[in-house]
Design a binder for this molecule. Structure first.
Ligand code: SAH
Ligand code: SF4
Length: 349
């Protein structure tokens, strides 16, 4: 089976080129072709000698993921489904904003965390994605954008899976996406969304990677959060909130709290007051996410009136809060809608 090159740092690539008895500058050339020119066919790497191109082609692939499906939604949202080497499927979303183009990356096939309102978690965890598979999502999405001269400027790890449950590959992928030899995306334009695995949040705080941490809170007390986010039983709010405070201090970035508004479940104004008390001493921002319907899930979206009221209670206590625009609903690309198995209606590419 051919070795995949995307997702490797220059040191890792240098090991490979040394193994082939190539001169050091060949590593730089390959890095440039992959990360700057986004060329995936060795034949097109015109500054490499012809025999080297065919030698590479016999043993390596730049990226071996395939675009299974590509759908375009409203307001510049696009969703890709990629087939991995073992036939599994991951989804990746592009969102266009005034401030740039954001890529929403998946980090696992499925998820083990079992949040009852989420489509990704419904089938459990199949496996972690490797660094080549995470960078492969960037590579194929950026190649598509190259056709229109656009560049991915922001990265959010908010797709399928729990990035802190695949810590090594997730954080090293962000490092590579940041590096000058790679795509060179600023840490300030990266966000990692977690369900709240506190030991890993503390570890991330030590990494010297000032990315934004987004925490999927969804409830202001353990009683409700235990139900909506089962991992809370293991890492309750008394552990999570101090970890977020420490993260904010170390990174110098305010933490984002995600709160998906579910009708009659977590949208009562009294819960907003409780949330206000929980977060009032923190440098943070709260995102109220309209709940996205998921087949087979009983929760329903809160009416806009309830969402606004909830926001007003939080604003009144001086917290920074926004109601997030639902993007990608029409192509099942919104938060919590990404999943491993495409439905029958998705079968055409
Ligand atoms: N596992 C990570 C990142 C992936 S989930 C996490 O949980 O943070 C990305 C976001 O989508 C999380 O905030 C999650 O709580 C939210 N989400 C999941 N299902 C949703 C749904 N049906 N409607 C709205 N948001 C949802
Ligand atoms: Fe996993 Fe996040 Fe979905 Fe929870 S919301 S099941 S942590 S992907």
């Amino acid at each position: 089976m051919k070795t995949v090159l995307i997702g490797r740092t220059s040191e890792e690539l240098a090991q490979i080129t040394r193994g082939l008895n190539l001169q050091a500058y060949r590593t730089d050339q390959l890095m440039d072709w992959m990360y700057r020119q986004r060329v995936d066919d060795f034949e097109q790497m015109t500054n490499l000698p012809l025999d080297l191109r065919s030698q590479l082609d016999e043993r390596f692939r730049v990226c071996d993921m395939k675009v299974l499906q590509h759908r375009t939604g409203e307001e510049g949202t696009e969703k890709f489904a990629f087939t991995l080497r073992d036939g599994e499927v991951v989804e990746t979303v592009i969102m266009r904003y005034e401030h740039g183009v954001s890529l929403c990356l998946s980090t696992q096939v499925g998820c083990v965390m079992g949040c009852p309102f989420c489509a990704t978690g419904a089938g459990g965890l199949l496996r972690n994605l490797s660094r080549p598979e995470i960078l492969g999502q960037w590579f194929l999405a950026q190649r598509r954008l190259d056709e229109t001269g656009e560049r991915i400027s922001h990265v959010v790890m908010m797709g399928m899976g729990e990035p802190l449950n695949n810590y090594e590959h997730s954080h090293k992928s962000l490092r590579l996406l940041h590096s000058e030899e790679g795509p060179g995306i600023s840490y300030r334009r990266m966000t990692l969304s977690t369900v709240g695995i506190t030991p890993r949040i503390l570890q991330l705080a030590e990494e010297d990677m000032p990315i934004t941490l987004a925490v999927s809170l969804h409830a202001p007390n353990d009683y409700l959060r235990d139900r909506l986010v089962p991992v809370n039983k293991k890492h309750p709010l008394s552990e999570l909130i101090p970890a977020c405070e420490l993260y904010a201090e170390h990174s110098g970035r305010r933490v984002s709290f995600e709160y998906a508004m579910m009708k009659g479940v977590n949208d009562h104004p009294e819960l907003a007051r409780e949330l206000g008390v929980l977060l009032r001493d923190m440098t943070c921002h709260i995102n109220l996410i309209p709940f996205n319907p998921v087949p087979g899930v009983d929760y329903e979206p809160s009416p806009l009136e309830a969402v606004r009221k909830f926001r007003d209670v939080l604003s009144m206590v001086g917290l920074s809060v926004t109601i997030r625009r639902p993007l990608g609903l029409e192509i099942d690309a919104a938060c919590g809608q990404l999943r491993r198995h495409l439905g029958a209606e998705d079968a055409v590419t």
